[in-house]
Design a protein. Structure first.
Length: 248
């Protein structure tokens, strides 16, 4: 096993899954504001890049595709995926607070009948084998308590030949980016959200998460193939792609 897979970024001493769920429940009302503010709205651009990549991979099959968006949060990627004109989108998150915001946004956008939002654990999915034509995770994979188990579950529920696309912040050693993650982001996050723990956890989770080829090695060990990744916006974020092998 790649040593980088063994990381501990829980915001408390134990029970990472429970801690992460409670943390996102607490910040759910201000999550969208802070997410767009702290990323200078570039996160919207990144989601568009993922959506175009997915459409390119699926090609003519996009219109009949069943899509699964995991760690959907308040649903921003799921709403972006509506532009794919896929048959169905199922969006899953561990946090009831985040899902509540996502459902309200769906009603406001008149998209309540376009996306099925449901609470669930990405490491123990309730779906049958080979249920989806693609899976996506945007800025949530680093919150998995057991990364390998989560990736294996995703592999189980997507169909052979189907892609997994992941957007995630990168662990960069560049001075300005590291200063932003360690100092400015926690400071602004604490001021606007009033939650010191959440915005101390965020930079720690990014810095300690296995990025680049380290994540690729874990995906391959879990059974994926055709791994590739592309750095976005000076390496602040990366788009990862891997495929479930035919016949698996």
């Amino acid at each position: 096993m790649n040593e980088s897979a063994n990381y501990n970024i829980a915001p408390a001493n134990s029970g990472k899954k429970k801690q992460v769920r409670n943390m996102f429940d607490r910040i759910s009302l201000r999550y969208d504001l802070l997410n767009h503010l702290l990323s200078f709205n570039i996160d919207k651009l990144w989601r568009g890049i993922l959506r175009r990549k997915l459409t390119h991979i699926l090609g003519a099959n996009t219109a009949k595709a069943e899509l699964l968006d995991l760690a959907t949060g308040t649903g921003d990627l799921a709403f972006e995926l509506l532009k794919c004109q896929a048959a169905n989108i199922t969006a899953v998150d561990l946090s009831p607070g985040m899902l509540s915001i996502a459902k309200k946004k769906a009603i406001y956008k008149d998209r309540a009948n376009k996306i099925f939002f449901t609470d669930g654990d990405a490491e123990k999915l309730c779906f049958s084998n080979n249920s989806f034509d693609a899976a996506t995770v945007a800025f949530g994979i680093r919150n998995f308590e057991d990364l390998e188990r989560g990736l294996s579950e995703i592999l189980r529920v997507i169909r052979p030949g189907s892609p997994l696309l992941i957007l995630e912040f990168s662990n960069t050693s560049k001075g300005l980016t590291r200063w932003y993650l360690n100092s400015l982001l926690p400071f602004i996050g604490r001021i606007l959200s009033g939650d010191k723990e959440a915005y101390s956890y965020l930079p720690a989770s990014i810095i300690k998460f296995p990025a680049g080829n380290d994540l690729g090695n874990i995906l391959i060990e879990c059974g994926y193939k055709n791994f590739s990744y592309k750095k976005l916006t000076l390496g602040i974020c990366s788009l990862y792609t891997a495929i479930k092998p035919i016949g698996q």
